[in-house]
Design a protein around this ligand. Structure first.
Ligand code: NAP
Length: 312
């Protein structure tokens, strides 16, 4: 079968013929419909995450496909694409505990866009206790996680303010937000204060770097900043008084340690929302396995504009 393979961290990914995956006890062979592309795959591909993982290996921490008995399934986590071969291939062996069933009414492409982004959005909103009346600022609003987070926050009755750095993505983002600000880090605070003079209750921040200090200043009393990514930078400085004088909270979130079985149930809950017509992911492009390096480049250069999927 064909698979994308990573042989080293300083070389492009290659597509080659490899043996069919061996399937262990408690695992299923999944014939892939889509291998999802997440920033996590990019961090793994450049050695920033899981550099100790075995090489060569097949990337892809998330995907959807069909089991031998014909069930349509989605999966993420369980070490796939990190310490064992992942989804950027024609087939993959997946631990049964990580399999989520896809219902009628939810397409393979939608399901492939919801595992890592959807569960992250769901968990971050829950950690911040977003509810009716909350004002929520969502950074990097055109991103996979943010697109889902905006819809879920609104379903909770929150007011959603979306930040995008890309003026040409305002139309896409506006579908899911009450207000949109187009701002780089240095203009963020002023732009948001124009529409929320007293600040915001919750901020979902996948960017960090220069974005996080203005976010902390923007928190209202007892506000919560959820940091779950570092797309714009790994470090930032802020005045501690800007947090403690407001009784504000800074929460970190990582989906890596989350139990695969619990994650699979969360994914099924998200797929049900898609089937009911109340949630949608934005698919930016379906690419071939041979385009894996292009997919990595689009995410690295912030040129994705929605979810990228690899179709074997
Ligand atoms: N902790 C976890 O468990 C977890 C889970 C999933 C994702 N993440 C992290 O969360 C981040 C977002 O993931 P995703 O899947 O939503 O990614 P994505 O689909 O690639 O979207 C990221 C969005 O962030 C904005 N952005 C990206 N690079 C930027 C930069 N240098 N400066 C300013 N804005 C930038 C862009 O939005 P605009 O063009 O609209 O500004 C982009 O669409 C990534 O860092 C990822 O690693 C963490």
């Amino acid at each position: 079968m064909r698979a994308v393979r990573q042989h080293a961290y300083d070389q492009p990914l290659v597509v080659e013929e490899v043996a069919q995956p061996s399937v262990g006890a408690g695992e299923s062979l999944v014939t892939i419909a889509y291998g999802s592309v997440n920033p996590l795959d990019v961090w793994i591909a450049n050695g920033a995450v899981a550099a100790a993982g075995p090489l060569p290996r097949t990337p892809g921490c998330e995907g959807v496909g069909t089991t031998a008995d014909g069930a349509r399934v989605a999966f993420r986590g369980a070490g796939l694409g990190i310490v064992r071969d992942g989804s950027w291939a024609e087939q993959v062996a997946v631990p049964n505990a990580a399999l989520a069933l896809i219902p009628d009414g939810c397409s393979d492409a939608q399901a492939a866009a919801l595992g890592i982004p959807g569960v992250t959005a769901f968990d971050c909103l829950e950690a911040a206790e977003v509810g009716a009346g909350s004002t929520v600022l969502i950074l990097g609003a055109s991103g996979g996680v943010s697109t889902i987070a905006m819809q879920l926050a609104r379903a909770h009755g929150a007011r959603v303010i979306a930040q995008t750095s890309s003026v040409n993505r305002v139309g896409q983002v506006s579908r899911y937000a009450d207000e949109v600000v187009v701002a780089a880090a240095d203009g963020l605070e002023a732009e948001v204060r124009e529409i929320a003079p007293d600040g915001v209750d919750v901020i979902l921040d996948p960017l960090a770097g220069p974005f996080s200090a203005p976010c902390i200043r923007l928190l209202a009393a007892k506000g919560t900043l959820v940091l779950y990514g570092a797309s714009a930078g790994k470090e930032f400085c802020f005045g501690p008084q800007e947090m403690y004088r407001k009784n504000a909270r800074l929460i970190g979130y990582s989906g890596l340690p989350v139990d695969p079985e619990a994650t699979a149930r969360s994914m099924e809950a998200l797929f049900a929302l898609v089937a009911a017509g109340t949630l949608e992911a934005v698919i930016a492009a379906e690419l071939a396995l041979d385009d894996a390096n292009e997919a990595v480049d689009r995410i690295t250069g912030n040129r994705a504009g929605g979810k990228l999927l690899l179709k074997p």
